[in-house]
Design a protein around this ligand. Structure first.
Ligand code: NAD
Length: 323
């Protein structure tokens, strides 16, 4: 695993909550990967190879895949994209995945989600061999995660654990509350926190009295996809607050509520017609938190960095350099 040093001093301080600087940690993670790739090649291995399968031309999916392949190239991982038309049939998509599965020089396969509605994502994700499943979405890897067996784990929650580890935030015995039960963030986040010996509460859209449940958390992870859902009454005094949410706010009044007097955001809104907001009402929650992630610059950069770590580790195992 990567070195245990904390990345850098946090870039700034909020009123009380000190910022967990995801950008700095992600940079340090990418530097570790670059060093390890160089050592792999120097030791006679080949560079890891990651292939993203992109169906259709949804702009957000294209942007995500583009940032993953660019980040791969920067650390010496050979990244490429297989583009398929939006109308591709399930059979053809499965054939593409099968071809990548059989290619001995492909270490990581990621199928960019969401897929167009006519396609069955679960069957596609199951077609990715677990050893190449760098997103950690295959049922075998999901089972391994919950059984505490080695396997690839989803990048976003794994990146959150790495952020907490590098800031030396203690987890064992602490009460962690996760808001959101998706297969890609909430559930694996809960499993990974259990693995760190937290007592875990997993909340979702049917949770009664969300604020009371959240207030139990010494660590609170918000992954609901609702801008500003988590306010000060959801947060225990001194909690560590991790905001996974990445939401577009396109209503100017809501933007002003969430970011009162924020000139930078106003300018971005004027230019693009929206701003990004987390699930946490940062301005009102930061004074209660001991540590808090900003949006952007918190969890987002960790996801791509952790994907590179996963790809490297899959490659090391497949090339016989790791057990
Ligand atoms: P999702 O829509 O699949 O799941 C959302 C979950 O939140 C559901 O389990 C739902 O029960 C719960 N939820 C919704 N409204 C709620 C409410 N009012 N109260 C309590 N629970 C509620 O979303 P997802 O894919 O897990 O993503 C969640 C957020 O994280 C989104 O904003 C997404 O953009 C963001 N995200 C960020 C990254 C990153 O790299 N930073 C990666 C993945 C997802």
């Amino acid at each position: 695993m990567a070195s245990g040093r904390m990345a850098e001093k946090p870039a700034a301080e909020a009123a009380r909550g000190r910022l967990l600087d995801g950008r700095a940690v992600a940079r340090a993670m990418r530097e570790d990967v670059a060093r390890r790739v160089a050592a792999l090649v120097a030791g006679g291995g080949r560079p890891p190879r990651l292939v993203a399968v992109l169906v259709g031309d949804d702009p957000a999916s294209r942007a995500y895949v583009g940032s993953k392949t660019r980040a791969s190239a920067e650390v010496g991982i050979a990244g490429e994209t297989r583009r398929l038309p939006a109308a591709v049939e399930q059979r053809e998509l499965l054939a593409t995945v099968a071809e990548l599965a059989d290619d001995d020089e492909v270490d990581g396969i990621l199928v960019q989600l969401p897929l167009p509605r006519h396609l069955e994502a679960p069957a596609v994700l199951e077609a990715v061999p677990p050893a190449k499943d760098v997103d950690g979405f295959h049922p075998e890897n999901v089972g391994r995660l919950w059984l505490d067996q080695p396997g690839l784990t989803p990048a976003t929650p794994t990146g959150v654990i790495e952020l907490l580890r590098r800031y030396r935030i203690p987890l064992a015995g602490r009460h962690a509350v996760v808001v959101g039960r998706s297969a890609i963030v909430g559930k694996p986040m809960a499993a990974l926190l259990l693995r760190q010996h937290c007592t875990v509460t997993l909340c979702h859209s049917r949770t009664r009295d969300l604020a009371a449940a959240c207030r139990q958390g010494e660590l609170l992870v918000a992954a609901a996809g609702r801008a500003g859902l988590i306010g000060p009454r959801h947060v225990r005094d001194g909690a560590v607050v991790i905001d996974v949410g990445m939401n577009r706010v396109d209503d100017p009044q809501r933007m002003e509520e969430l970011f009162p007097g924020d000139a930078g955001r106003r300018a971005r809104f004027a230019k693009r017609g929206y701003v990004l907001a987390g699930d946490v009402d940062f301005a009102r929650v930061a004074p209660r938190a001991s540590w808090i992630t900003p949006v952007p610059g918190g969890v987002g950069p960790l996801t791509v960095a952790q994907l590179l770590v996963n790809t490297l580790e899959a490659s090391l195992r497949r090339q016989g350099f790791a057990p």
